[in-house]
Design a protein around this ligand. Structure first.
Ligand SMILES: [Zn+2]
Length: 295
């Protein structure tokens, strides 16, 4: 999970805002009746954009954006804006993907094919081409998240452009050996006093996107690679202090490259904090074949 810088959209060499994107999209529309229909609701859309932008970090109130909804036929016209795959909309689509090289919802996948409508297009069509509502995501997160943003008024998914989570560590991995089998258990914990409201959203996000299981699945291969690397490079295999220092150093490198709440950074912190680290390493390094638990 990570925060992203807001997308920058350029047109003819100049950076443009969301209101200007809407205006340019109108100019580029060839279908006259569609253009007139979108023109008629321009001021309504503009007000809705301002309300979204004004939230600026107060996403507790995001459900209020459902007030003063456009009517059904206006919503139908707005939904189609996103599917208009030429001109400024194409530029917008590319700019969204350019904000990151990994999915901000999971940080597992680097193949980003989708732009998730944070507020779903089917319910909030007025934000179908609002850059702040378009999040670059992997296929899996896009599919699981779908409409799953709110449960009543409770927010369940982080908003990578608004929620600032990159400077606070909250993802942990507990590592242990059970019947000669390494077990990795991911969880979130409010270690660094994140705002309680935001931490509740993080907990829900972790749960909704099934990140405990998804991280657990990929961590075994990485754990295997990390420990083999340790076997080749570590100065001492028997000194707990040296071993802890080694894995904390690796965690710092991962934090630098991927962020403090990347699953691999948490995994390395988990190695450094593992109570039975020597026994754990001996088990893994000494085994011909490692037994990994089924996920
Ligand atoms: Zn993802």
């Amino acid at each position: 999970m990570k925060s992203l810088n807001r997308p920058v959209i350029s047109h003819n060499g100049n950076s443009i805002n969301d209101h200007e994107i809407y205006d340019i999209m109108l100019d580029q529309r060839r279908h006259l009746s569609m253009r007139n229909s979108l023109l008629a609701i321009k001021s309504l859309v503009s007000d809705k954009y301002n309300a979204y932008i004004a939230l600026n970090g107060k996403l507790e109130d995001i459900n209020r954006l459902a007030e003063n909804h456009p009517n059904r036929s206006e919503l139908d016209s707005l939904k189609k804006c996103y599917d208009y795959n030429t001109g400024v909309i194409n530029t917008l689509r590319q700019a969204i993907l350019a904000t990151t090289d990994s999915c901000p919802y999971c940080q597992i996948n680097n193949e980003l094919n989708k732009r998730d409508h944070y507020l779903p297009k089917a319910l909030f069509a007025e934000f179908s081409i609002l850059s702040l509502n378009l999040i670059p995501t992997c296929d899996i997160c896009n599919e699981i998240k779908s409409y799953n943003v709110f449960n009543q008024t409770e927010r369940r998914i982080i908003h990578p452009y608004y929620d600032q989570i990159n400077n606070h560590r909250f993802l942990c991995a507990d590592i242990s050996i059970y019947n000669d089998t390494p077990v990795v258990n991911y969880r979130v914990e409010n270690i660094e006093s994140i705002d309680p409201y935001l931490f509740e959203v993080i907990k829900k996000h972790f749960e909704v996107l099934n990140l405990q299981k998804r991280y657990g699945k990929i961590s075994h291969k990485e754990l295997h690679r990390t420990i083999r690397c340790f076997g080749r490079n570590a100065p001492c295999r028997k000194c707990p202090i040296e071993i802890t220092r080694y894995f904390n150093g690796e965690a710092d490198n991962s934090k630098e490259n991927y962020g403090v709440n990347h699953w691999n950074t948490a995994l390395l912190h988990g190695m450094a904090a593992c109570d039975d680290i020597i026994g754990f390493l001996e088990t893994v390094l000494g085994a011909e074949e490692i037994k990994w638990p089924r996920q």
